[in-house]
Design a protein around this ligand. Sequence first.
Ligand code: DGJ
Length: 745
Amino acid sequence: MPVWIEHADVEDGSSKRFHLHNDKISYMMEVTHEGDLAHVYFGPRIDKTTLSRRTPEVQRAYTANPNPVCEAYTLDELPQEYPTFGRSDYREPAFHLVQADGGRISHLTYASYEVVQGKPSLQGLPHTHAADGEAQTLVLQLKDEIAKTEVHLSYTIFEGHGIIVRSVQVINQGDDPVVLDRVMSASIDLPDSDFEVVSLSGSWGRERTVKRQPLVSGTVSLESRRGTSSHQMNPFIGLVRADTTDGHGHAYGMNLIYSGNFRAFAEVSQFATTRVGMGVQPFDFRYTLNRGESFQAPEVVLSFGSNGLNAFSQDMHAFYQNHLIRSVWRNRSRPILVNNWEATYFDFDTDKLLAIAKQAADVGIELFVLDDGWFGGRSDDTSSLGDWFVNESKLPGGLQHLAQSINDLGMKFGLWMEPEMVSPNSDLYRRHPDWCLHVANYSRTESRHQLVLDLSRQDVTNWLKERLTALLERASIAYVKWDMNRNLTEVASAVQSSARQQETWHRYIIGLYDVLEHVTTRFPEVLFESCAGGGGRFDPGMLYYMPQTWTSDDTDAVERIEIQFGTTLLYPPSSMGAHVSAVPNHQVGRLTPMTTRGHVAMAGTFGYELDLTTLDKEDLAEVQRQVAFYKKWRTILQYGRLYRLKTVDKHSSDAAWMSVSHDSSAAIVTYVRVLEAPQPPLRRLYLQGLNPEFTYEVKLDTGESLGHFGGLELGNAGLLMPVFMGDFSSKMFVLQKVDGEFYLA
Ligand code: DGJ
């Protein structure tokens, strides 16, 4: 068992050091002579025998000193691991607790440590996992002797990844209750401020586009107060150097394994250091801990990469693949699906669905997904959420009959549901009007004509578990699309005391996870895809339970390039639902060729979202070709190493990316010309990730060979694009290693 966590006492016994390291990174901490836990280093690996690096102490003007005889020791400059409030550090605290007597300051000092093999699991929260030989965990116990509170900081280092997973548990050891106002999952003080902040932000239909902004004095805050991790801001913060690109440079990231309100911040201090932290959103959060009770904060994934954002992303993808997603599907080929949403919306009957399914089966599609509108009296979005019983007047014979008919065509059957919601016009709401989030005497704000079930209530989650289990047991359902189509309002619970109302945001998410735990454990073979009005909850928390997420309701091929580039900054292609839809596109009205729509959608878990029965012969033949092509190459497209080669920006309207097999013997390259220009330059694409020793045959996806090229040559001299023209045009290339060929001397 390699030693990844080392510790040492300073010779005079005045302090203690910890060093977590693997072949990629080092993470160092020190317990100072005052008992504070200082951050020393996080970055590229440092020789593992070095434990002599110390926290600098410099005498500063106008700063307070917790120990009057140590004037060079001030918390306002000390780089810390878990900063608190009220004792001379004026930067953002990670922790804020209110004691029974109203006291609001904390003094957490180091008490003890423990090294655990592997990665302990968290109760009730999604979490990373590892076998004993793949990870080691350091748990540092801090104590506030006055508040009688313990804080356990957990750090797991994994074999082969530039990643540390942190989490925090707070335990009230006193007799009186304490109130948590803020419990960040991680905080870290980096030694300079020469960074740009990277966020994945946007809106419905344009989620997770990469934004970069320089860090200056003050605080940048990235957050959600919507009850979901949100379309607007993904639970991620990145810090990169100004010269960091896809191919070069340092990158730090924090990604929260949580699906609700969050906050991430980066604060530049007066001494030009950077404090970056992340955790559950402290706004409107208060959590009471009675004697002996504890609070578990979600895990945050701290990542570091030295070699640019492509390598950073590849590490994240592999990490989530191996250590987060737990479904049996995590390494399985994902089926090609057809979804009826954009084909029919609510306007369907059995004949229409079976006609689409028949056409889908004929072209080789493997899974038919019935979207919204199959239950209760739902014929538009104004009713029936909560009435999870099939509408037999629309689908005679029920789901069993439909599923059987789909199975008879040789396809699996999948079903849409939106379990967290209730329509005011539903039998469920008429029976249980108090089951939704609401505040007494205030009106209940609807969004898409629906209210949100109060999942912080156990009677509601119990009902939901039973209903979903009954539903999934009845028909042969191989796939579930779990949707969630609004943000939370009137976040209060009819069953909580007034003092605990601000726990409702978090308790909602805990209730959701409880239901997901139940359903995904009970039906382990079902492939779950999460969705929240597209990508409103594309986060590691949902990925733990559901290995795929519907990326965005914007299915336009051009829009999708940017969304997919942003999404794959963190999340693996196998998790990214991507479908070909009809033209003119329903979200932006754009007309793009079927080939380009296929090429773009093949960057993720592939499918169609259009009425296949309306396609002309040519398009249908192209669909058939795409399906066969994707089946042949999906292992690489879903699980290969992804390289973003060209990003649409002010210099170019072309985009390109490639996926390479893990042994580098094959690769798929995609090139999209978004807007054409007259007399364009000859385009060369400098390929990455190939084996310089290998010779590759390069073919178009249509089969035409472009010749044999060396791996080194394709990287250094590039692949010359064949001449092709037109807005929204694209080419896809297949590279395969050929044996027995040698370079000319
Ligand atoms: C929002 C989803 O993102 C869509 O794909 C579709 O399932 C609709 N909801 C159905 O209401």
